[in-house]
Design a protein around this ligand. Sequence first.
Ligand SMILES: NC(=O)c1ccc[n+]([C@@H]2O[C@H](COP(=O)([O-])OP(=O)(O)OC[C@H]3O[C@@H](n4cnc5c(N)ncnc54)[C@H](OP(=O)(O)O)[C@@H]3O)[C@@H](O)[C@H]2O)c1
Length: 258
Amino acid sequence: MSEGLRPLFSLKGRLALVTGSTRGIGLAAAETLARQGATVVINGREPEAVHSTVAEGQRSGLDFRPMSFDVGDTTASVQAVDQIEQELGPLDILFANAGIQHREALLEFELSDFQRVIAFNLTAQWALAQHAARAMVTRGRGRILFTGSITAVLGRERLSAYTAAKGALHAMVRQWSTELAPAGVTINTIAPGYIRTELTKALWTDPSFDEWLQKRTPAGRWGLPQDLAAAVAFLASDEAGFITGQTLVVDGGLSSTM
Ligand SMILES: NC(=O)c1ccc[n+]([C@@H]2O[C@H](COP(=O)([O-])OP(=O)(O)OC[C@H]3O[C@@H](n4cnc5c(N)ncnc54)[C@H](OP(=O)(O)O)[C@@H]3O)[C@@H](O)[C@H]2O)c1
């Protein structure tokens, strides 16, 4: 390589916060961001899980740092961003990934459960990202990513609150991009299909759902958290600076086929 050329998609010197990164999609994304050179703040509600994830990452040579907080507590998450910036420096990348699920038939769905899912999957993400965006805009650079869902693109029963929140995130990135792009900040959504994680355990341990999913997905399998990670690292990179307001679907072709 000639002198002066740096590797593509390098995140060397960048600081990232990945919410919900003690396992699943968040952990795989955190590992890939760190492998690309970023310092990555690991988050979850359980301090012990956060510390053991950080220790394991550090043993593998990844620059992981701990920050436990409940993303659903908007005061705590705003304070966490401030603390990260004070202790580690400017936050370059926010991957607002943590999300919750509540499955119930539409006509049985309690309003309080709807409000709880919307408060976490939409309102709390909005507040966290708005706070991070304020600081990024003053610096003229930044990358914000949300975890959306193909359920925002394709309907499925028992997911009315989750779908409303994830669909709103997909719409929100389009709108936010109009106000953030002039300041050099991009915002995008990653929309996973069915990924084998703790969140979907009830589905992949159900033999009939498992069989249906593998037949229904052109790739013929469940997604793995690592299937999302490269997409996150790409959208977080300098090279993706002209991509904003978009949803990148990662679903093995599920939403492209009848
Ligand atoms: N798996 C799929 O098929 C799929 C499909 C579409 C979209 N998604 C979305 O992908 C994202 C990640 O899902 P996943 O499947 O990777 O889930 P997961 O394996 O269950 O991991 C969830 C992570 O979020 C953390 N977390 C949960 N509640 C939190 C809170 N209140 N504050 C901070 N951290 C919290 C968990 O740690 P603690 O529990 O210790 O806090 C854990 O680290 C979610 O937004 C989900 O909606 C997943």
